[in-house]
Design a binder for this molecule. Sequence first.
Ligand SMILES: *Cc1c(COP(=O)(O)O)cnc(C)c1O
Length: 484
Amino acid sequence: MSNSAEFAECDHLPHFLKQLGNELERFLRFDHGDAMDEPELWQNALRGPLPERGVGIGPVMDEIGHYLIPNGSKIPHPGFSSFITTGPTTLGALTSFAASIAAPQRLGLTAFQFLEEQSLQWLGEMLTLPPHMKGIYSSGGSVANLLALGAARQWAFEQIGIDPAQDGVLKTCRLYATASSHHTIHRSAAVLGLGRNAVVAIKEDRNGRMCADDLQRQLDADANSHYLSVAVVATAGTTGAGDIDPLRQLGDIARAHKVWFHVDGAYGLPGILDPRVTPLYDGLELADSVVVDPHKWLGAPIGIGATFVRDRDILHRAFTQGAADYLEGTISDEKAQSSLDGLGIPYADFGVELSSPPRGAVVWALIKEIGKVGMRERICRHNTMARRIAERARAHPNLELVREPTLSICCFRYVSTKVADLNAFNRSIHRQLLRNGENMPSTTMIDETLVIRPCFIGARSLAHHAEELVDEVIAIGDALCKNL
Ligand SMILES: *Cc1c(COP(=O)(O)O)cnc(C)c1O
């Protein structure tokens, strides 16, 4: 095959898009097997030496269709409720694809950059953040938390006359979180030079919420010590059970101590749209920074998180890479006549990525497609599914509700007097669920109890998927009990 084959691809874009569309549509019906049914088949087909000469787009597209797509992930399956991740909606994926061709970067005076800012404003407004908060997209909750805590670090050190971005971390710092906080908080502490040991675990109450009294005590003690208190990290929707920390109480305490107040709502912030739980977000406006992941509940393709801060200048001071001749030097001072005459809003200086796709267009499309009303319907539907499982668990003699759901997570388990080790027993049920491949929750530990933990966020997950999960847990549990 001649090397000029690569230039032909543009001509064939509609053809291959159609082929890909058909294959993905078939994939989403999930009537293919699992990647681990016969792994040697696709591994043998894909394994091979570095190609010296290319084969051209057609044969590669065929391999994608034959070997990759059907052996992809269970994550987009409507019965998937493990972890906190999901398949993108069709429009989210399409917009992301369009951006990758039409606007590979978020810089420049393009329609895509325009939507970067507008979608952040829409997102903030939809989730009732104060209007003065401004945002920045990044690759997901991990980086979004890193940016927020980078801003917190910048601000805390500036209060004592140090610029940590220039001079480094010159004091021993503390962050206040809980055992249920996401571990990206600890990693952020490590990356920011505060150290993992800087994260103090404040006590939780019986419902997994941070104890305000304990936070108050800890901050009082640290105010009279050599520690620099950098941030209180509250979670709005914990990863394990979906609990929401008492934001107003914690925010008031943080403010009284002049400590940055961060709210990690990577998963749970969209829950604010459900009127049944809106009051639990009371005090959100006290936050100095808030994180939400459009690639979770909002149905964006993986790779989209958002950080909102009360003052984007702090992010700039924390993360600017400084002016570069090859970037700013090419910009004209005159009125822009070309989309290349300006970089636009300097998002690259608010975070850690220079090259970055324009993620805002995707969020714009998702919100535009179904509106705030459509988002609310999805979130309410999923929260209702968790409540429905709780209801059935309370009613069934062989089920136990271990934690009352707050959002779209329900922690329950199968129980029987015949079973000696319930943790091992429920682990077996879970293994069988994954093998069957129709209803796929995860498990977690609540205190010492292993629970089955569905977390519903997928746009394709509907009310009947919750019923089917409960039915299947009962059926597997009953069958295992019979063999005891
Ligand atoms: C998912 C999650 C994160 C991490 O986000 P990623 O997008 O996976 O990087 C952080 N915090 C919470 C509360 C989460 O649920």
